[in-house]
Design a protein around this ligand. Structure first.
Ligand code: ADP
Length: 247
């Protein structure tokens, strides 16, 4: 079992997720405690969401458009703050982070987006290394980390290509490499297979699974039912800002 609140062996259908008393705080790397997010225009992104994800866990978050998936991820990486409740990532309370402490949080989280967000004028290697340069890593350390990271995503032979020379699947694997080269304990993927065909989606899932086996906590939002079924990992569902168990 990888999440602290239960697993697919619990067949309760569409029961709202509530905190589990057996979930020890120390085992949870991500905690939402009664989180509500209301945007300034009054739209509600999340309502009273409680969730624990254990260190080294894997979790899928599904739900229709507008259900609150992006809001949940934005709260996790500090792009938004909760209106009430607490979001805690690797012992950092997001609502209280400012400035330097916020960049500390961002170093603990790798993010993969549906639309890759690569820099078109930079090569694959440069796109991947960029995040390390920005964090002040030495050239030597960057050169040490690049080859195994490229290998992990199967792109050694594309290191000097530009994004436009790559397929969508390859571009997504560059964005995966960029997310993990800093070895963050938490990896967030926002609809990572949204623009990919089934073969490329499988490849992305394989890499996410491998990273999880290497110790990363992986949280994936998706519409892709096949991806969820293939993976046999725990799933929760968001609907109108509320979190439910899927099985
Ligand atoms: P999803 O990622 O599941 O499609 P979102 O988290 O983007 O859902 O949106 C959840 C709700 O919050 C929607 O009603 C949406 O309109 C609203 N929302 C999201 N971002 C903002 C924002 N920046 N300002 C106002 N409302 C927002």
């Amino acid at each position: 079992m990888t999440t602290a609140f239960g697993h697919s062996t619990d067949r309760t259908t569409h029961q709202q997720v509530t905190p589990n008393a057996s979930a020890t705080q120390s085992s949870a790397i991500v905690q939402f405690r009664g989180v509500t997010k209301t945007y300034p225009n009054g739209s509600r992104g999340l309502f009273d969401v409680s969730l624990n994800v254990t260190r080294g866990g894997f979790l899928f978050i599904t739900g229709p458009s507008g259900a609150g998936k992006s809001t949940l991820l934005k709260l996790l990486y500090g792009a938004e703050r909760p209106t009430s409740g607490e979001v805690i990532v690797d012992q950092l309370n997001i609502g209280q982070l400012r400035g330097d402490r916020l960049s500390l949080l961002r170093r603990r989280i790798g993010i993969v987006f549906q639309d890759y967000k690569l820099i078109p004028s930079r090569t694959v290697s440069e796109n991947i290394a960029f995040v390390l340069w920005a964090q002040g890593f030495t050239r030597k350390e960057i050169d040490r980390r690049l080859p195994p990271t490229l290998k992990l995503v199967g792109l050694q032979h594309k290191a000097d290509c530009f994004p436009e020379e790559l397929s969508g699947g390859e571009q997504q694997r560059v964005s995966l490499a960029r997310a993990i080269i800093g070895t963050p304990p938490v990896l967030l993927a926002d609809e990572p297979t949204g623009n990919l065909d089934p073969d490329n989606s499988r490849q992305v899932l394989k890499i996410l699974t491998k990273l999880n086996a290497m110790g990363a906590t992986v949280i994936v939002t998706t519409h892709d039912e096949q991806l969820v079924q293939m993976s046999n990992q725990p799933v929760v569902q968001l609907r109108e800002g509320r979190l439910y168990r899927n099985f």
